[in-house]
Design a protein around this ligand. Structure first.
Ligand SMILES: Nc1ncnc2c1ncn2[C@@H]1O[C@H](COP(=O)(O)OS(=O)(=O)O)[C@@H](OP(=O)(O)O)[C@H]1O
Length: 287
């Protein structure tokens, strides 16, 4: 049974431990994974954490998107960061930042030259994943729940006010970020590829962050039981927890078609903004 991806990086000798303690402190993030929600942000964070020059904040901080946290100030934010060494990059991930209208300006005010990682995924698949998470949470708490069809359709028409639809309009949200940051500061990770071939996407992030190439293809192995890639570090196998990679409910094809039709214009706009295309709602996608 593999463990979960949470092992802190431990020094191997006493001298190394002492040197580490002397230099280690909490540092502001120089890289933020801003979203998208259900794009594969946790997998990306944990994969990057394999790198010796990266330290990650384990929990989502929700500093720039939630007023009550932002009002606690930068001292509070810093206290949420992991201990790191001077040469290491601190990375935090909060998928809620991407669709937050306030987050871009606030992050810019903190550090206008910060590097941002945005992991995107087929918007219809993302929506279903978003719905599935809420469904599981409600079932667990024995709360009533609606079918995806009930939420997505109103009188036979697409309910475009549904939050999960809104969150899949990547062009709309990215426009807010490009008011503050250049595209060169934002690296887009293909979340669908991250599922199929994680190493290829992580390698690109290493290059974007100008890190020494330290993550290896052999750090990833496909776990048949999990149905996803898991990590292999120093002989230890680790998978994401059971809330990641849940089976999705079957969705009626006509609804998927409606969603894809609605998303297609937004997708095209997003492709133009980022200067590349993705095979969303196409032949290669599950949708
Ligand atoms: N290696 C690996 N293992 C497990 N899951 C993986 C992996 N790589 C990507 N994913 C996909 O990540 C999806 C969850 O995305 P997030 O971590 O961004 O979700 S969240 O917004 O933080 O709740 C999650 O969505 P669901 O499949 O709907 O659970 C996964 O499809």
């Amino acid at each position: 049974m593999p463990g979960y991806w949470a092992a802190p990086k431990a020094p191997t000798t006493e001298a190394a431990a002492n040197a580490m303690a002397a230099n280690s402190s909490r540092r502001m993030p120089r890289v933020i994974i801003i979203g998208v929600r259900k794009g594969g942000t946790r997998a990306l964070l944990e994969m990057l954490n394999l790198h010796p020059d990266i330290e990650v904040a384990r929990s989502e901080i929700h500093f720039f998107n939630l007023d009550e946290n932002y009002e606690r100030g930068f001292g509070w934010y810093l206290a949420q960061m992991p201990l790191s060494l001077p040469y290491q990059l601190t990375v935090e991930k909060t998928p809620g930042y991407f669709a937050s209208p306030k987050a871009p300006a606030r992050i810019y005010d903190m550090n206008s030259s910060i590097r941002l990682l945005l992991i995107v995924r087929d918007p219809a698949e993302r929506l279903i994943s978003d719905y599935t998470q809420v469904l599981y949470n409600r079932k667990e708490r024995r709360k009533p729940f609606q079918s995806l069809e009930q939420l997505v359709l109103r009188k036979g028409k697409l309910n475009t006010n549904y939050k999960a639809i809104q969150r899949s309009l990547y062009d709309v949200h990215l426009t807010n970020w490009l008011r503050f940051f250049s595209l060169g500061q934002i690296h887009i990770v293909d979340g669908d590829v991250l599922i199929q071939d994680p190493f290829s996407e992580v390698e690109k992030v290493e290059r974007f962050l100008k890190l020494r190439p330290r993550i290896l293809r052999s750090n990833f192995y496909f776990n048949q039981t999990k149905g996803f890639y898991c990590l292999n570090t120093e002989g230890r196998e680790k998978c994401l927890d059971e809330s990641k990679g849940r089976p999705h409910p079957a969705v009626n094809r006509s609804i998927l078609r409606k969603l894809c039709d609605y998303f297609s214009e937004h997708n095209e706009r997003f492709y133009k903004m980022v200067g590349r295309t993705f095979s969303w709602c196409g032949n290669n996608s599950r949708v």
